[in-house]
Design a protein around this ligand. Sequence first.
Ligand code: 3PG
Ligand code: MG
Length: 411
Amino acid sequence: MEFDYLTLDDFEFKDKRVLLRLDMNSPLDPATNRILDDSRIKAAKSTLKSLKDARTVVLSHQSRPGKDDFTSLQQHADMLQKVCSQRVKFVEDVIGPSARDAIRATEKGEVLVLDNVRLCAEENLEDKGQKLVKTNLISRLAPLFTLYVNDAFATAHRAQASLVAFPYVLPSAAGRLLEKELSALNQLLTEPRRPSTYLLGGAKIEDKVPVIENILGSGKADHVLVGGNVGKVFLKASGRKFNESEEEWLAKANDQVLKASEILRKYENRIVMPSDFGAANGKRIEVDLKNLLSAEGELMDIGESTAKTFVEIIKTSKTVVASGPMGVFEQNEFERGTRKVLEAMASSGAFTVIGGGHMAGYAGMLGITDKFSHVSTAGGAMLSLLAGEELPAIVALVDASKRHRKSRSTP
Ligand code: 3PG
Ligand code: MG
């Protein structure tokens, strides 16, 4: 699939004021709120290098209002300073007078980071770009810039104003990271080498279960292996009964369980569910499916036999895509499942892609990051793209490029 958008090579931005949308959303330590993994911030390096002579203003989000990790971007700005040669400043405002004064005062070769864009209530709505141009975020900021650059690949699946509306009012380009991600993932969208296996886990089931149907429907996956909470949702959908505490959260996830039942009806023979778990009962205990109901303690990892099955399938695959851990890998006894699948991918000759902060972060801790064909900064956005869904932020860039080319060709 070819995406026809403009890139940084299409514009001259020396001295120009450029609005750069990044995704610096990072996992924070719950106790201290410090950033635990700075890979999304580091990933901005190449675009910032290209913009070294511009007056760059960065917009990004961190989490969502109401969540514990919804914080200011001060420390993100401090970290950004370490990855670029420009002087980086921060302003505790997004669209108010202090932000606009600071934007006007930004000098050539400087980077100004605005505060968390989701502090603007309007940013938390999702709609068409053409409609969101009416928001204050756009009407107050856009007149201050000559170019908009989107390098926030990891959030390209959201239709929020900072991602989809600027391209309707400003000349717009894709940043270097966005270009790199799309070209690496393109191989999976066109002709994946077969057999092709997707490994999906993690806690955010609402980001994973719906895309599984599209991934299987697109015919690009031969097997989908499900671990983490995604695995539990599919087992529940297949009629398994869990212990009381697992049943409690599964009851709240009933929409996803129903969705998973539909998917199983259509594609049962392509989905591989866990056959056992590692449970936390003082220490790690292996629990097989017969003992799910009576198992004490939370199911924190895929079990030994599941890990073995998943590794075997990975070894015989020519394409492997993984997003979301197999269990609570942050705890020593429950990292095994996630480690085994990552190591199997790292040592295989397949085209391997991992996405999502947790898988990429753990691969980094294991020291095997460079053994993957591509490590994406995105989780949800990568899966939506691979499932054949349109990414609203990319659609907006493509529309902007069409208008730009048309205006160039009409005398
Ligand atoms: C992500 O990490 O998935 C992106 O930064 C988007 O954040 P969101 O899931 O809160 O919209
Ligand atoms: Mg997300």
